[in-house]
Design a binder for this molecule. Structure first.
Ligand SMILES: *Cc1c(COP(=O)(O)O)cnc(C)c1O
Length: 430
């Protein structure tokens, strides 16, 4: 079966990227991009006093929006009892519990809102980069920002991150929600004064509505998840942060200690930005894989066909129901899918039933609630050393087979931290 036929049959599929190149010569992805990532990192630093004051849950980390890198011994034991062939160390990056937004979107979405806020204030000469930014938590600044609108199209979580941060600064925020967006996310945003517009259309439709609506208003900024560099570089700051965490945890990443990272993928911004940041830090020693639901393999389809954003999953008869609402995207980001061409190792698809099993098991064994989308990374972990998977080719070709006992694996858990208890109970009962 060709990869396209496997996707069409909604089977769990694996695809290796034939265009991945060696990036050992670091400048290939440093240069311009490195400056951008560093600038995003510095921007987050300047905003620390504001975030710390406005979001008390960040007090103990001085306003840093970062998540923990966890070992998951009980889940690891369960996976192995159930046949997982993984020989190295298993870690989980708990972005589900990133402060403020409870999902990976806290990285990119918040960064772009902060950038808009900063640039408006610089231009109006009411803020200077060396000021202490807690002054932004004031009536004066909220008044100033209330003259501007920020708009975004979302399946839910991006809207949450942008809505929460935008509203906290005083912006008028309009979130255009696609049909899979959960009711509780809309309610939470409305409670915060965010305008939520609902469409009976898919994600691309919601984005298009937002883009059009914003274009009519000169005081409106559109956060474009299909093309935004500011989102992307916000996500990419995860690279430097993770490098520090791995160092502190005593996990080496070098030629003899490869790092494998498994990232749930929707439109591609979050996993793409993180991959970019990790490649800058670790070059060829990091191997990044995306995981998508069998009904929405937009990145796999776009990259494997060479058509990128010009092909949608509907064109091959997919796009049906999935429990992975955060990954319900039919067409990949044009910008990110091309950016990933030389960097991404491969993509997997996964069925809902597995997402739900991992969600329940993580909750039972590790007492960590993750939303279904957030569990997709486990699929990569289970496939990489599976002797029946084409991953074997990848390991051999990259001379990794012998090194696998010394490898580290990171399952990137991307969301679920804000899911209300009643909704958790419902999801756990599925
Ligand atoms: C948005 C999201 C992703 C994927 O991010 P994209 O930028 O859409 O690829 C993964 N997991 C969760 C929980 C998300 O909300």
């Amino acid at each position: 079966m060709t990869i396209r036929e496997q996707l069409q049959a909604a089977q769990e599929a694996a695809w290796l990227n034939p265009e991945k190149i060696k990036v050992a010569e670091r400048e290939k992805i440093c240069g311009h991009g490195f400056v951008e990532v560093k600038a995003a990192q510095n921007r987050f630093m300047r905003f620390l006093p504001f975030i710390r004051r406005r979001f008390p849950e960040t007090e103990d980390r001085k306003g840093v929006i970062e998540s923990r890198l966890l070992v998951i011994p009980e889940m690891t034991a369960w996976l192995k009892e159930n046949g997982a062939a993984v020989s190295g160390r298993i870690l989980l990056k708990d972005d589900a519990h990133l402060p403020v937004a409870g999902s990976v979107k806290a990285r990119g979405g918040i960064h772009e809102v902060l950038k808009i806020a900063e640039q408006l204030a610089f231009k109006a000469k009411i803020l200077h980069p060396t000021d202490k930014y807690d002054k932004l938590d004031s009536e004066e600044f909220r008044q100033f920002y209330s003259r501007y609108t920020i708009q975004v199209g979302s399946t839910g979580n991006l809207g949450l991150s942008i809505g929460i941060m935008g509203a906290s600064l005083g912006f008028r925020v309009i979130v255009h929600m696609s049909r899979e967006a959960k009711e509780w996310k809309k309610e939470l945003l409305r409670e915060k004064g965010v305008i939520v517009l609902e469409y009976d259309g898919d994600y691309s439709h919601a984005v298009a509505e937002g883009r059009n609506n914003s274009a009519k208003d000169p005081n409106s900024f559109f956060i474009d998840d299909e093309n935004s560099e500011d989102l992307f570089f916000g996500y990419a700051t995860a690279g430097m942060r993770l490098k520090m965490q791995l160092y502190k945890a005593g996990v080496s990443v070098d030629r003899d200690h490869p790092l494998f990272v498994y990232l749930p993928c929707g439109v591609g911004g979050a996993p793409g930005g993180i991959t970019y940041g990790l490649k800058q830090m670790f070059g060829d020693n990091v191997h990044c894989f995306f995981v998508e639901p069998v009904q929405d393999p937009c990145m796999l389809l776009g990259m494997s066909s060479g058509k990128y954003e010009e092909i949608s999953v509907e064109e091959i008869g997919l796009g049906g129901q999935t429990a992975a609402d955060g990954l319900t995207v039919g067409r990949p980001s044009a910008f990110v899918s091309k950016m990933m061409r030389p960097l991404l190792s491969g993509c997997f698809t996964v069925k809902d039933e597995h997402l739900l099993t991992w969600m329940k098991t993580m909750y039972e064994k590790e007492h960590l609630f993750l939303e279904p989308s957030a569990c997709a990374g486990f699929q990569g972990l289970l496939q990489i050393e599976n002797p029946d998977s084409i991953c074997r080719e990848y390991l051999e070709k990259n001379q990794l087979t012998e090194k696998m006992p010394d490898a580290a694996h990171i399952v990137w858990a991307t969301g679920g931290g804000l899911v209300p208890t009643t909704e958790q109970t419902h999801l756990l009962s599925l």
